[in-house]
Design a protein around this ligand. Structure first.
Ligand SMILES: Cc1cc2nc3c(=O)[nH]c(=O)nc-3n(C[C@H](O)[C@H](O)[C@H](O)COP(=O)(O)OP(=O)(O)OC[C@H]3O[C@@H](n4cnc5c(N)ncnc54)[C@H](O)[C@@H]3O)c2cc1C
Length: 407
């Protein structure tokens, strides 16, 4: 089912379809299974990384850059195409249909860029934004610390102003993609005397600076996709403070305003595909006739369909000019809890075999072991399920605010 989004959007869809057909290099679609989601916190980056280093991918990157289709949701004056959420959804759908990747710039695109666009000066925008689009600067996120995750405002990393520089000392934890990054956006405390949400600054630092060191943290999936980082007096020019000193909390709260809902109608596709793979596994193992397994699979299929219709509802709302509100928390809670349960069902279907890891170097796991182990991270990162439930309770349902402990 496709929503009728009006003639303008239909025309845009046609343009994108033709453009992709005319510009996607031969062999790109076959390089990798681009429509399969890579489970965060699990294995799966290896094959993708090899495909991304290949000539067809690099030509594709060049084509997209020339057409301003990298960070296309950013305003035109900053190098994008000002695509609204509906057009972003259509663009994502058309890439998916063609089986080719969207070239994304990770946290630079979704988090740093929007913050610089909203809170940066003209000079900061001119300096930092093109480097994100070109891929020269790859960011990782330095928010969580050993003692502060959900309670982010309690962070202790210090930033001291020294002339026209800021010196950062402290420790961060759970930094995804640290090994691929050359830049980090860091929250640090620049005014320890101020109230907890005040006195925080948002600074872009050179992550390859000799005063930065990091160690990979291995997860239970066996992957080491994130790291703990140590800052031993890292210097950055004050130019790299976004939004002004002690104003970092506001900057950090700038969310994905440029892409809200853009993936709403493609989110379920990877889960749907994974579902059919599980149904196939059940068939091969002969458990597709087991009434309990059938019930579990029916449940999973229903959840994926709910995700699909929920995406269509978000898109219909956006087309009518309504911005998504706390339903972003409902969606996050929904897919992450679903995926955790799906991993458990998959392991049940695999039975005793699920207890055996395959042979090989490192810590290899089967695809379903990987889903089972790494899906558990989904209910933690980007705000845990409990935090999402608090947001839904307070902001969507209007229940009384959670009592705060005053220390
Ligand atoms: C795969 C992965 C990637 C990550 N990547 C990054 C990254 O790149 N950069 C970064 O900065 N961080 C990253 N994180 C860290 C992530 O943001 C934190 O783990 C998360 O915010 C939770 O913080 P915490 O681990 O300190 O747990 P805590 O905040 O200590 O929470 C512990 C438990 O208490 C519950 N809890 C806490 N507060 C409340 C409350 N008010 N009400 C009810 N229950 C509550 C939590 O839900 C949780 O179950 C990543 C985490 C994972 C798993």
């Amino acid at each position: 089912m496709e929503l009728d989004l009006g003639p303008e959007i239909a025309q845009f869809r046609g343009e994108m379809r033709d453009w992709i057909a005319g510009h996607a290099p031969d062999g790109l679609a076959e390089l990798a299974d681009w429509n399969r989601s890579v489970v965060t916190g699990g294995y799966g980056y290896g094959q993708r990384a090899r495909a991304m280093a290949s000539p067809p991918y690099q030509r594709w990157e060049q084509e997209l850059a020339e057409a301003r289709l990298i960070c296309p949701q950013w305003p035109e004056e900053f190098g994008g195409r000002s695509l609204d959420a509906v057009r972003m959804a259509v663009f994502n759908e058309e890439l998916h249909r063609a089986g080719v990747p969207r070239v994304i710039r990770g946290m630079g695109e979704s988090l740093v860029g929007p913050s610089v666009i909203v809170h940066g000066t003209a000079e900061q925008r001119a300096h930092f934004l093109p480097r994100i689009i070109s891929g020269e600067d790859v960011y990782c996120q330095g928010f969580s610390e050993p003692g502060t995750g959900s309670d982010l405002a309690g962070l202790q990393t210090r930033g001291e102003v020294d002339g026209d520089e800021i010196i950062i000392s402290g420790q961060k934890l759970w930094t995804s993609g640290a090994a691929r990054a050359n830049m980090m956006f860091v929250l640090c405390r620049t005014d320890p005397a101020a109230e907890k949400h005040a006195g925080i600054s948002y600074v872009l630092i050179n992550f390859t600076d000799p005063a930065v060191s990091y160690q990979p943290v291995r997860q239970m999936s066996g992957a080491a996709e994130f790291a703990q980082d140590f800052f031993d007096g890292v210097r950055a020019p004050l130019f790299n403070v976004i939004g002004g000193l002690n104003n970092g909390w506001r900057v950090a709260m700038t969310t994905l305003g440029y892409e809200r809902g853009g993936s709403a109608t493609v989110l379920h596709l990877a889960y749907e595909r994974e579902f059919w793979e599980l149904a196939d596994t059940a068939r091969k193992r002969g458990s597709n006739t087991d009434p309990i397994v059938r019930q579990q699979l029916a449940w999973a299929y229903s959840m994926v369909q709910i995700m699909r219709f929920s995406g269509l509802r978000t898109l219909a709302g956006l087309a009518e000019g309504r911005q998504p509100g706390p339903e972003a928390s409902v969606n996050k809670l929904f897919w992450s809890e679903y995926h955790k349960r799906l991993g458990e069902i998959a392991i049940g279907i695999e039975g005793a075999d699920a207890l055996l890891r395959p042979d090989g170097d490192g810590y290899p796991t089967t695809a379903w072991q990987n889903v089972f182990l790494s899906s558990r991270a989904g209910t933690i990162y980007s705000g845990t399920s409990e935090i999402q439930r608090n947001i839904i309770a307070e902001r969507a349902i209007g229940l009384p605010k959670e009592p705060r402990v005053v220390v």
